[in-house]
Design a protein around this ligand. Structure first.
Ligand code: EPZ
Length: 445
């Protein structure tokens, strides 16, 4: 199955029987949201860039396909190592089949503008978690000297040369920050991003760019200053581990009443998560290889809001919500990054969870979704037993929450939409089985 087929078709369903605690050890993959951007950063040089700790997931296959279509040499040089050599760029347009694929093509605008002066980029489209516009990306590129023409399914950009600019983001967007950094490293003059995002995956990509010869300073006040240089060179880089995957396994250990050594988990990237688990009743210990997570006591309710880094990551919200269905008392979760990221809870309710959604900003300060009619707060009452049923995954992160729900539920669940989960988690079935989960696959059809 190619990367694009895997976007639309499940390879199989999962059948999961709940009740077994997850135990043992599990290695964490490299971070999807760092690696895929680093593969794009490799377009900024004609020399080879080797990236290690690359997860074997559909999302990476998709980016490999995109780069190859542009005429770039991409080879797997190890189980988890990839070599990208953009000696020449044969094509400045990405094929229409990538429309709606993911957010990666929009990050190619800057590198392609530097290399071939123009690009046709298919639009990412909205998705199950919100509208996800790209206005910040396009405004920033315009400020840097790109001519941007928006078409119904694509955007056409061209330039006679990108120049540095002072850009203030209305919200610290991860993708827009990355886009500006990738456009600014080879631009003429200095670019300053005000209100930039500083997620660990962005910093990791900045570290790689520094090895390539870029001049980037990350300041304490959400300011990133990029001094354009004339050329960048090849490099080798090992991507950081995936803090979303690490959090998923941590939540799985606590939810199932087990204990898991998450090999490669980094405490520094997980401090907010660890605090939240601690409040709920999860414990952790450092090991020579990572962090062990376990259930320390009976689970109790807590409240939190998702936020930009160093706040609690929105991609941790779903496994934590599932955990809170098993905690005694009432929890409030306020999602402040995406306007529509609780849709998946309807299926958890059908399993027995008590979750009420609200359009109000519950549990603390108002966010930018106040008075806009988005159901972006959840009130969870627990503990509630869950019962196995048929589930359909709507997006990647909800997918793991469903797997977790099935692992704690009475009886057996059959899960479809597994293609979403497999975009971001390497080999989930064998890893869950190795931890003691009763999981197998069922052919589709
Ligand atoms: C990245 O998405 C991640 N994706 C997301 O992970 C993650 O949830 C998100 O950052 C937040 O940490 C990738 O790295 C591929 P944003 P991104 O721009 O960059 C609004 C996963 O499952 N916004 O920080 O698209 C936007 O609508 C995914 O791995 C605009 O309004 O996120 C959202 O409400 C899901 N205009 C908010 O900003 C813009 O031009 C944050 O989005 C750009 C963003």
């Amino acid at each position: 199955m190619t990367g694009t087929d895997a976007m639309t078709t499940d390879r199989h369903l999962y059948r999961i029987t709940g009740g077994a605690p997850l135990k043992g050890e599990v290695p964490v993959s490299g971070a999807k949201n760092a690696v895929t951007k680093q593969m794009v950063a490799a377009l900024l040089t004609e020399e080879p860039v080797t990236i290690a700790n690359v997860p074997r997931i559909v999302e990476v296959d998709l980016v490999v396909g995109m780069l190859r279509q542009l005429g770039v040499d991409v080879d797997w040089t190890g189980d988890h190592e990839i070599r990208v050599e953009a000696g020449a760029i044969a094509d400045s347009g990405l094929a229409e089949r990538y429309t709606g694929a993911n957010r990666i093509p929009i990050l190619m605008m800057g590198p392609l503008l530097h290399r071939v002066r123009e690009a046709v980029i298919p639009l990412p489209g909205g998705c199950q978690i919100g509208k996800r516009p790209i206005d910040y990306h396009l405004d920033a590129l315009r400020q840097m000297g790109a001519e941007v023409t928006e078409q119904p399914t694509a955007v056409h950009v061209k330039t006679t040369g990108l120049v540095g600019a002072h850009i203030t983001l209305a919200f610290p967007s991860v993708g827009a920050t990355e886009n500006i950094v990738l456009a600014a490293v080879l631009a003429r003059g200095t670019t300053v991003i005000h209100n930039a995002a500083v997620e660990p995956e962005i910093i990791d990509t900045i570290l790689m760019l520094q090895k390539m010869g870029a001049l980037i300073e990350v300041q304490t006040d959400r300011r990133i200053v990029i001094e354009g240089v004339r050329r960048l060179t090849g490099t080798t880089h090992s991507a950081i581990t995936d803090r979303v995957e690490a959090a998923s396994f941590a939540a799985a250990a606590v939810a199932t009443g087990g204990s898991l050594e998450v090999i490669g988990a980094r405490q520094a990237d997980l401090t907010g998560l660890i605090n939240t688990l601690h409040r709920i009743g999860g414990g952790f210990a450092e090991t020579s290889r990572g962090l062990t997570f376990y259930r320390a006591r009976d689970l109790t309710a807590t409240s939190f809001r998702t936020d930009v880094h160093p706040g609690l990551l929105t991609d941790w919200q779903q496994p934590l919500v599932l955990l809170l269905t098993q905690a005694a008392g009432t929890s409030v979760v306020h999602e402040t990054i995406y306007e529509d990221r609780f849709g998946y809870t309807l299926q958890l309710r059908e399993m027995g969870a008590r979750i009420e959604l609200s359009t109000a900003c519950l549990g603390g300060d108002a966010c930018r979704f106040a008075n806009r009619d988005h159901a972006h707060s959840a009130v969870i009452s627990g503990p509630t037993p869950l019962s196995g049923r048929e589930l359909e995954i709507p997006d990647l992160r909800a997918g793991f929450a469903f797997v977790l729900a099935a692992l704690v539920a009475d009886g057996t669940s059959t899960i479809s939409g597994t293609r979403y989960l497999e975009r971001g988690y390497e080999d989930p079935v064998s890893r869950l089985t190795a931890m003691g989960g009763q999981v197998d696959t069922v052919p589709v059809g």
